[in-house]
Design a protein around this ligand. Structure first.
Ligand SMILES: Cc1cc2nc3c(=O)[nH]c(=O)nc-3n(C[C@H](O)[C@H](O)[C@H](O)COP(=O)(O)OP(=O)(O)OC[C@H]3O[C@@H](n4cnc5c(N)ncnc54)[C@H](O)[C@@H]3O)c2cc1C
Length: 567
């Protein structure tokens, strides 16, 4: 059995930041199912928010204003004390990343450049052209390497071991050697990212299965606010590749087939820079009411950045231009970009507090897989990169405190029991005679995009849940084409699919029960926000019958009483 003080699962920004904070004092292992630099964080384009007040229009920006924008953007579901912590930390961590060598774009005076982003009162999104995630992740990875963090690359965690309210370690699958490996630790941190691939249309990498959220949930760790799924307004049609919010931040327009900047009807003040939930619904409404454009790849709206001019596009959005040319043969300097909204971000996740701690002793979570909650019902663009680094850092501080105050000895017995259970599970998959994982996954993701999408309704949500139950039954017989465990991605897909189905189930049940519209959760049959009944977090745990068992938790309100959200 392998043994480390701390096991961190995930080599994205949250996992690497936690590792950098702990590796000098503790024996840390970082496990990642792909090489850390291939984590989805690498794909982040637009930027990271911090009230540096560098922009000429942001001279009186402050962490309080950032907090207010975030709380309002969250449709008042965010826990305000946690948002305050994140927004106070923001300038500190951006300067820390700068000092660690992160090459941010700069204003002529040499200060870190900032651009406007959706739902923000001031231009406060720090960026590096349109490759912000790339530069942040490389900076943290280099730091982790220089500090000697032990990285287990291409190791999949397939189960979390909890017993008696304590976490003892994980069961991992070493892909290259095809071995199932038990690992014990005093503390385990999940930084496993989002679940985009539970949906058919998503901007997320194929690796974003959300298995970490499902693994924690099945080990009895509660998950929170799973019904809140962010749909990004601008995915490139046909591919769903993200066209960053920076396209609009830099001044891009959204145009319908009447040649109107239709956002005037939905958010007259903020227009294209209203928060994502509002812009996505507006685009979908235009398309549904016949004001979209037709394309063999689907109906769409135009994102027009031509008026920014070639120089600005080449300087600030070069990656966007290349993607459009490479994937659709369209040059945005000359033609508008065809876009449609698609799944983008997981507001819900593993229920943690502001120290990244969960209800299970010794088990922490940070980044997109966690729900602190700082994004509530709708996340603002630029706040996720921030969340990953802030709570990656704070988790390290909290874990150090925890280990100093507690004498923890992981118990090998539950780890060995779990090992036997996972070996049996894999044996069964290999002997099964049912369907292969890809066909079940296709039906699951289609069900989610069709029935638990931008707009939701009771009958569609009922259909979604019935479909999930049928998919669960089919999954029991899932089979793979090769029994050789060595580099067997299909076997891992089959294991992860089980967790994805659980994640989908918690999303659908949460959406079905929440009879109101708040942030990204928009019910056609309950079109308004209902603070009296629903100003609360949804908590899901696996019930005895296999269905999610739902309870509720209060929202922490410090200084901002819920108001109507107008933009
Ligand atoms: C295209 C795109 C653009 C974005 N742009 C922005 C932006 O401009 N600004 C912003 O604020 N946010 C942006 N976001 C959101 C933001 O990038 C993500 O929320 C954030 O990077 C997530 O970081 P993370 O560390 O939580 O997880 P990730 O970077 O997703 O990393 C997850 C890690 O977990 C590992 N892992 C997962 N499951 C397992 C398992 N079972 N076993 C072992 N390892 C596992 C993976 O290998 C990976 O290393 C964007 C997102 C996308 C998809």
């Amino acid at each position: 059995m392998l043994s480390h003080d701390i096991i961190i699962v995930g080599g994205g920004l949250a996992g690497l930041r936690a590792a950098v904070g702990l590796c000098e004092k503790y024996n840390v292992a970082l496990l990642s199912k792909v090489h850390p630099i291939r984590s989805h964080s690498i794909a982040a384009q637009g930027g990271i928010n911090a009230s540096l007040a560098n922009h000429p229009d942001a001279k009186d920006d402050s962490w309080e204003k950032h907090t207010f924008d975030t709380v309002k953007g969250s449709d008042y579901l965010a826990d305000q004390h946690a948002v305050e912590i994140m927004c106070r930390q923001a300038p500190l961590i951006v300067y820390e990343m700068e000092h660690w060598g992160c090459p941010f774009s700069r204003f002529p005076d040499g200060s870190i450049a900032q651009r406007p982003f959706g739902g923000a009162g001031y231009p406060r999104t720090c960026y590096s052209a349109d490759i912000t995630g790339h530069v942040l992740l490389n900076t943290l990875y280099e730091r982790a390497v220089s500090k000697g963090v032990k990285v287990y690359s291409e190791w999949y965690v397939i189960a979390l071991v909890t017993d008696n309210g304590q976490c003892h370690g994980v069961i991992a699958f070493d892909l290259i050697n095809g071995a199932i490996v038990p690992m014990k630790s005093k503390v385990t941190v999940f930084a496993t990212g989002g679940y985009g691939r539970v949906y058919q249309y998503s901007t997320n990498a194929l690796i974003n299965t959300g298995s970490g959220i499902g693994i924690a949930y099945m080990a009895g760790v509660p998950v929170k606010d799973m019904e809140f799924v962010q749909f990004h307004p601008t995915g490139l049609i046909g591919t769903n590749i993200l066209m960053t919010e920076a396209c609009r931040g830099e001044g891009g327009y959204l145009i319908n087939n009447k040649n109107e900047r239709f956002m005037e009807r939905y958010a007259p003040k903020m227009m294209e820079l209203a928060p994502r939930d509002i812009v996505s619904r507006s685009i979908q409404t235009e398309i549904d009411e016949g004001r979209g454009f037709e394309h063999p790849l689907g109906r769409y709206i135009k994102l027009d950045i031509r008026h920014l001019g070639a120089q600005k596009i080449l300087e600030k959005l070069p990656g966007i231009r290349n993607i459009c040319i490479d994937f659709l043969g369209i040059d945005p300097i000359k033609e508008p970009i065809p876009i449609m909204p698609c799944q983008h971000y997981s507001m819900g996740g593993i229920d943690t507090n502001e120290k990244a701690a969960t209800e299970v002793k010794g088990f922490y979570a940070a980044g997109e897989c966690a729900c602190v909650s700082v994004h509530g019902a709708n996340r603002l663009g630029g706040n996720s990169l921030l969340d990953t680094i802030v709570f990656g850092k704070l988790s390290a501080i909290a874990i150090d405190e925890f280990l100093q105050e507690n004498n923890i000895t992981p118990d090998e017995k539950p780890i060995n029991n779990k090992l036997v259970h996972m070996e049996d599970t894999i044996k069964k998959i290999v002997q099964n005679k049912g369907e292969r994982p890809f066909s079940i996954h296709a039906d699951l993701s289609k069900n989610m995009s069709t029935n638990v999408g931008i707009f939701r309704k009771k009958d569609e949500l009922e259909t979604a849940i019935e479909n999930i139950l049928r998919i669960k039954a089919r999954y029991k017989d899932v089979r793979v084409s090769s029994s050789d465990p060595h580099m067997n991605y299909e076997l891992l897909n089959a294991i992860e699919l089980g967790y994805m189905i659980e994640v989908a189930h918690t999303i659908a049940i949460g959406a079905y029960l929440r009879e109101e519209s708040r942030g990204s959760h928009s019910r056609r049959d309950f079109p308004t926000r209902d603070d009296e009944k629903w100003l609360k977090h949804t908590i899901a745990r696996p019930g005895a019958d296999g269905n999610p068992e739902i309870s509720f938790k209060d929202v922490t309100i410090t200084r901002y009483q819920p108001m109507e959200r107008k933009y």
